[in-house]
Design a protein around this ligand. Structure first.
Ligand SMILES: CC(C)(COP(=O)(O)OP(=O)(O)OC[C@H]1O[C@@H](n2cnc3c(N)ncnc32)[C@H](O)[C@@H]1OP(=O)(O)O)[C@@H](O)C(=O)NCCC(=O)NCCS
Length: 141
């Protein structure tokens, strides 16, 4: 498995993976999002490639913190294609995110996850994350 930064030609694969994650979107919208993310110094989007095919995705967002001296890093949109799970690809993606967060001097790596994603919770625990709280969200649409 090769982990690399997302590139414009990955749009179709990202659409497929986002759909599997429960966030269906059309290609032009995803292309615009990738452009914005690529331009942002605070963000990085990794993809996992196996035999030339993009089969996984994981994002990183770094923000300054008022609670800590060091910035905090958030993992976003981590997903591995359903035909490629349990092969270590998610772990490789999360390791790339963690390494980048460390290199940027972050003191905390965190993420939010829905209650229903029990498989993902096992995955996070296995990779050293602890459940430390609840997430409250309000849609502003
Ligand atoms: C969560 C997810 C990204 C994990 O990716 P993956 O490539 O399958 O995970 P890995 O193969 O790297 O797993 C590493 C370890 O995590 C644990 N793990 C992973 N999936 C698991 C599952 N379904 N049940 C229990 N433990 C699991 C295991 O300990 C595994 O090691 P092992 O296979 O040697 O036992 C993937 O299942 C996925 O895309 N799920 C759907 C989307 C999703 O829920 N994303 C998270 C949003 S918050």
């Amino acid at each position: 498995v090769k982990i690399r930064d997302v590139e414009a030609p990955d749009v179709a694969a990202v659409v497929r993976l986002l759909t599997q994650l429960g966030y269906p979107a059309d290609a032009p919208a995803v292309a615009r999002r990738l452009e914005r993310l690529t331009e942002s110094d605070s963000d990085r989007l990794f993809v996992a490639e196996v035999d030339g095919e993009v089969v996984g995705l994981a994002g990183l967002h770094v923000s300054p913190s008022v609670e800590y001296d060091a910035p905090a890093a958030k993992v976003s949109a981590i997903v591995v294609d359903e035909d490629h799970r349990r092969l270590g690809i998610g772990e490789a993606l999360l390791q790339a995110v963690e390494l980048d967060a460390r290199e940027r001097g972050c003191g905390l790596l965190f993420l939010t996850t829905a209650h229903r994603r029990r498989d993902a919770h096992e995955f996070y625990r296995r990779l050293g994350f602890e459940q430390t709280g609840f997430r409250f969200a309000k849609s502003l649409d």
